[in-house]
Each structure stands twice: as structure tokens, then as C-alpha cells.
Design a protein around this ligand. Structure first.
Ligand code: NAI
Ligand code: HPV
Length: 595
């Protein structure tokens, strides 16, 4: 049966993977060949491989319900195994036979899944936006791409946000339950009006801006907080971008639309609830983890929060008897934001296209950079990503992260340094901490373009030995404000610069200040009046808080004037520890940055 497939044998499969779509596989479902083994085969080896292996389709495991149109698309290219409701153990067992896995929010794609795949799993497709259920660190380590479907459920999520907002304001769910229980409590369920009220949209991305547009239609005054969103996009729909504290202080309603990241985890907590107007109402269709749920119960009971409408929870489904879910003034839905017929069909097609594209791109991408280049650039790759991560965490607001300039200083001739990988890693560092996007060499330029991020590159050719590929990399973000004003250079951009020293990436410049701190663990940057004893003061605060300091360095303009101190720390200091640092009189500003 698989003996004669001459057209397939002649197909230059490895040079043009898309041609594999039209070949007619034979033994594929019996023994699909893994992408990694295909990749390793040199083109001239193709003729000596068996036809069965050549023709084999990849296998895609669909672990949660996916729309038919998406399944049909997948089936044109792959063997599709739809196995829903697998236990974590069953998923780990099945995964070693799969090249791609498609999930929604109900499946945890943990490190164990990647470990169990034995290197065969090459693509994880998230049929939706949030990829917080995928262990991205493990995916990177195991060379697995993670793709999502970023657009098809935007409107559905926004409509659900509006549904919760209006239902909450008029007690629809509570009143419905009461009528069904045979009661007629017209006085108990008097609601509040939306017209003229202030809605703060937290996270002004795709869903947030659609919620804002719809809320304007309801006659609400809409403000938004999003440090990375362009002010002109907000202005275009009549929304003012404000600071986090201003949003909390002025909102009658708060609607959450940011991704779950280390920076947004439990961003609504005891401290931030205390900054809100008494009687505020909260809608969450983003992620449960952005709210400290125990603190929300306290805020509801303490009269700060009048009502909450929640589609998402820290643990899904929430445990039986959960106080928050059972709270009388809480309206809860079981993560239904994306669950419309239309959105699910759209998401299925979007993810199927992304997974097929990634499976094909996997083959093509490997040809892009020679191994020698990859090996040589390895420490610079780490440096590039960390500089991107640092730079974006320094952004406080402005016209959005749109214009980034990368400068490479190198003694190599311009045509002797391939910067694609470095640019991709800087893009990864800039985008991943603030979004639900997994960036890699294949999708970096496209992802940047999609988000309106313009990255320009500049080369400075240095004298000297071209032995090492690079002397330094500088990343600058233009037209933004910084939460650490000293990070703005004289030319007005957030500026960070780094070098590789003894194989270890170092941060060597922040704004106009020279520093030297290895980019391991995390970093605290402090601007202070240059005076003796500062290193000791801050060092002892961290010591008392049991935070291990790995590195400290001070860069100053001139003796006894301003200085920037960069402190490398192994662990995240507690809030009180950071407050103690901020309270040191000579410290004018400081920021904690996660790498
Ligand atoms: N309940 C559901 O079924 C659904 C939930 N979602 C969730 O909604 C959220 C938003 O999705 P999209 O709008 O598609 O994503 P998006 O990436 O278009 O928008 C997110 C926005 O949040 C901003 N942001 C990042 N960090 C922030 C911070 N610290 N403070 C304020 N803003 C910050 C980003 O700059 C971006 O503009 C995600 O968490 C996603 O997982 C999305 C679809 C359905
Ligand atoms: O797209 C998202 O981020 C969602 O939260 C939707 O989740 P779901 O696909 O409905 O499990």
C-alpha cells in the first residue's frame, strides 16, 4: 500500500513544506513521523526514507470542544484525535503520540505535558486568547511553539462584559432566582442606572476597547487605564486614558480586561480596593487571578464594593461552597465570555489555521539560521530578551509602546551579523510581559506588526577585534513616560543597554546612567542623592527581609549629585520591604523589575 508514492518522493518536501498538504499520505495514521525527525533529515536523504514515513501526516490532539469548521481544516493536513475530558495523566500518556495539541481554558498544559511528549510535541494551540494555562517557560525549554486565536472571540467577550454589567446593575440573576422560588420582591431588587456613570476599563486592548465603545452607547462616561495603549486610539472613541489610581478613585464601575501576567496578578487587592469609591461595582471577564478573591469578599462585606459580576475565577471551576460565588451581591457565570456559536466557529478556524501554519513554519523556520550563528549568539539572545523585558516594564503611559529603536554596537562588518534572532528576542521581551502572545523567531516580526510596534535597527561599527559578535545592545522606547524617570535618556526615550561579560548578560546603562548588574533574578533600580552609606542602607533592608542580593552597582552623573543604584536580587522583596526602600530619605524614586 505505501510502496508507491512516486509523486511524494519527488516532492521537495523539506524545501517547501506546504507541498505536503497536497500529497496523499498512506500509512500516516499508523505511524506518523514527528516533526523533529523530519527536520533532521537532509533533503537528499528523502529518497532513502520509506514512503510511509514521508507521507505521514502530523497528529493533532484536540483536547477540548472545537467548532466543526476548524476540525475540517485540521483534517486536511493532519490526523485529528478529538479526546475531550482527559485527566492530566491521560493527557500525558497521549501526548507522546502527538505533534500538536489544541486546548481551551479548561486544560492545564503543564511542564509534565511537555516532558511526557518526548520532544514530539511541536505546537500548542490555544483556541482563544489567554495562554495563562500553558507553562510558557516549559514550552520554550522544549522547543514548542504556542499559538493562540487572538481575535475571533473579542466581540463575544465584550458582549458578555456588557451583559454582566447591565445584569448586575439591575439584579437580573438574583431577581430571576427569586421569581423562580415563588417570590415577588420588587423593592428588594431596585437597581442602579448606568447613564452618566463612570466606567473604568482596565486594559484597553481588543476586548476593553469594544466594551468601552458599547458602554459609550449606553451613555456612560468611559475612562481607561492601560500603560501600553496609544492615547490617540482611546481618544478616537472618546475615552480618556488615566493612571491606575485615578481610574480606581473615579470609577462607579470597573471592568477588567488585562491579561494575567506577574504585573496584573491580584492587582485588585485590599490596598487597591481601599482606593476605590465606596459602592463601586466590578465586572471581570478577563482572568480570575487579577483579583485577590479573599480581598474582594472583604471589600463586599466592608461596603466598598456594592456588587461584582464575575465570569472568571482563580480556580475553575471554583470549589463547591465558595464564599465569593455564593455571595448575594455577586453574579457569576462559568467562564462564558467566548461562548457564542459565532465566536466558537471563528476561534476554531483561527486556531486551526495557526496550528497548521505553525506546523508548516516549524519545518521552514529551522532553515533560517545556521547552527553556528545560533551557538554564537546564545548569550546575546538572553541579553536581548531581558533588555526588552526591562524596557517595557519601565513604561508608565504615553502614546503606547509603538516605536522601538535597537542599536547594536559591533566590530563585525554589517553583513556579518544576522540580527533576526536578536530582534525576535527583543520583541519577545517587549510583548510577552504585557499580553497573551507567545513570541518566537517565526512569528516575531508579524506579531510586532500586528500590534503596531515598529522596531528599527541601527548598527554602530566599532574598531577592534570582530571576535565576539557584539559589544552592546541598546533598546529605546520612544514617546512614553516611565515609572522610573531616570530611565529616560537625554534624547527622551526609555533607554536600557547591556553587554555580555564572561558569557553572562549584564545591564550596563539605564537612561543616561552607567550601571553594571548581571541580568539574573530580578532588579531594583533606585535614584538617589549620591552619598556614602546608600548601598549599606538598602542592602541591610533587603538582608533583614531575607532577600538575597546578587549584585549592586552605582552609576552617577558626578560625585555627590544624583546616582542610580542597580541591585540584583534573587527573590521578590515583599511590599513592606519595597516600601522601606522607598522611605529612605535620600531615595528619590525606585522601581522593581522582574526579568
Ligand atoms: N472570559 C472569557 O471567556 C474571555 C476572556 N478573555 C480575556 O480578556 C483579556 C483581554 O483580552 P484581549 O482584549 O483580547 O487582549 P489584548 O491583548 O488585546 O488586550 C489586553 C490589554 O491589556 C493591557 N495591559 C497589559 N498589562 C496591563 C496592566 N498591567 N495594566 C493595564 N493594562 C494592561 C495591554 O496593553 C492590552 O492593551 C485577557 O485576559 C483574555 O484572556 C478574552 C476572551 C474571552
Ligand atoms: O479566550 C480566552 O481568553 C478565554 O478566556 C476563553 O476561554 P474558553 O476558550 O471559553 O475556555
Amino acid at each position: 500500500m505505501a510502496t508507491s508514492a512516486p509523486h511524494a518522493l519527488r516532492t521537495p518536501f523539506l524545501r517547501n513544506p506546504s507541498l505536503s498538504l497536497s500529497s496523499k499520505p498512506t500509512l500516516s495514521s499508523v505511524f506518523p513521523v514527528s516533526l523533529s525527525s523530519r527536520r533532521r533529515a537532509a533533503p537528499r536523504l528523502v529518497v532513502v526514507l520509506s514512503a510511509a514515513r514521508l507521507d505521514a501526516k502530523p497528529t493533532v490532539l484536540v483536547a477540548e470542544k472545537l467548532g466543526e469548521a476548524g476540525l475540517d481544516l485540521l483534517k486536511e493536513f493532519a490526523n485529528v484525535d478529538c479526546s475531550y475530558n482527559l485527566s492530566p495523566e491521560e493527557l500525558c500518556t497521549k501526548i507522546s503520540l502527538c505533534d500538536a495539541l489544541i486546548v481551551r481554558s479548561g486544560t492545564k498544559v503543564s511542564r509534565e505535558v511537555f516532558e511526557s511528549s518526548g520532544g514530539r510535541l511541536k505546537v500548542v494551540g490555544r483556541a482563544g486568547v489567554g495562554i495563562d494555562n500553558v507553562d510558557l517557560g516549559a514550552a520554550t525549554e522544549f522547543g514548542c511553539l504556542v499559538v493562540n486565536a487572538p481575535t475571533a472571540n473579542t466581540v463575544a467577550a465584550a458582549e458578555h462584559g456588557i451583559a454582566l454589567l447591565t445584569a448586575m446593575a439591575r439584579n437580573v440573576a438574583q431577581a430571576d432566582a427569586s421569581v423562580k422560588a415563588g417570590k415577588w420582591q420588587r423593592n428588594k431588587y431596585v437597581g442602579v442606572s448606568l447613564v452618566g456613570k463612570t466606567l473604568a476599563v482596565m486594559g484597553f486592548g481588543k476586548v476593553g476597547s469594544e466594551v468601552a465603545r458599547r458602554a459609550k452607547g449606553l451613555g456612560m462616561h468611559v475612562i481607561a487605564h492601560d500603560p501600553y495603549a496609544p492615547a490617540d486610539r482611546a481618544r478616537a472613541i472618546g475615552v480618556e486614558l488615566v493612571s491606575f489610581d485615578e481610574a480606581l478613585a473615579s470609577a462607579d464601575f470597573i471592568s477588567l480586561h488585562m491579561p494575567l501576567t506577574p504585573a496584573t496578578s491580584k492587582v485588585l487587592n485590599d490596598e487597591t480596593f481601599a482606593k476605590m469609591k465606596k459602592g463601586v461595582r466590578i465586572v471581570n471577564v478577563a482572568r480570575g487571578g487579577v483579583i485577590d478573591e479573599d480581598a474582594l469578599v472583604r471589600a463586599l462585606d466592608g461596603g466598598i464594593v456594592a456588587q461584582a459580576a464575575l465570569d472568571v475565577f482563580t480556580v475553575e471551576p471554583p470549589p463547591q461552597g465558595n464564599t465569593l460565588v455564593l455571595h448575594e451581591r455577586v453574579t457569576a457565570t462559568p467562564h462564558l465570555g467566548a461562548s457564542t456559536m459565532e465566536a466558537q466557529e471563528g476561534v476554531a478556524v483561527e486556531i486551526a489555521e495557526a496550528v497548521v501554519g505553525a506546523l508548516k513554519g516549524e519545518l521552514a523556520a529551522t532553515a533560517q539560521l545556521p547552527l553556528q550563528v545560533l551557538t554564537e549568539l546564545k548569550p546575546y539572545v538572553v541579553l536581548a530578551e531581558k533588555l526588552g523585558r526591562l524596557a517595557v516594564q519601565l513604561v508608565a503611559g504615553g502614546s503606547g509602546v509603538k516605536t522601538v529603536k535597537v542599536s547594536y554596537a559591533s566590530a563585525r562588518a554589517p553583513d556579518d551579523l544576522d540580527t533576526r534572532l536578536l530582534r525576535a528576542m527583543i520583541t519577545k521581551g517587549l510583548i510577552e510581559p504585557i499580553s497573551d502572545v507567545f513570541v518566537n523567531l517565526v512569528n516575531a516580526d508579524f506579531t510586532a506588526k500586528q500590534r503596531g510596534l515598529r522596531i528599527t535597527e541601527e548598527r554602530t561599527v566599532l574598531d577592534g577585534s570582530p571576535e565576539s559578535p557584539l559589544d552592546s545592545i541598546q533598546v529605546q522606547i520612544a514617546n512614553v513616560e516611565s515609572k522610573f524617570a531616570s530611565a529616560i535618556s537625554e534624547s527622551g526615550e526609555i533607554t536600557v543597554e547591556g553587554r555580555v561579560k564572561d558569557g553572562v548578560p549584564h545591564l550596563t546603562k539605564v537612561g543616561s546612567f552607567e550601571v553594571d548588574v548581571s541580568l539574573e533574578g530580578s532588579i531594583i533600580l533606585c535614584r538617589q542623592v549620591d552619598q556614602p552609606g546608600m548601598i549599606g542602607t538598602v542592602g541591610s533592608i533587603l538582608g533583614e527581609e531575607n532577600v538575597n542580593v546578587s549584585f549592586m552597582s552605582v552609576g552617577r552623573i558626578a560625585p555627590r549629585k544624583q546616582a542610580v543604584m542597580a541591585i540584583g536580587v534573587d527573590d521578590q522583596p515583599s511590599k513592606p520591604a519595597l516600601k522601606r526602600i522607598g522611605d529612605v530619605p535620600a531615595i528619590e524614586e525606585f522601581v522593581f523589575l522582574k526579568l
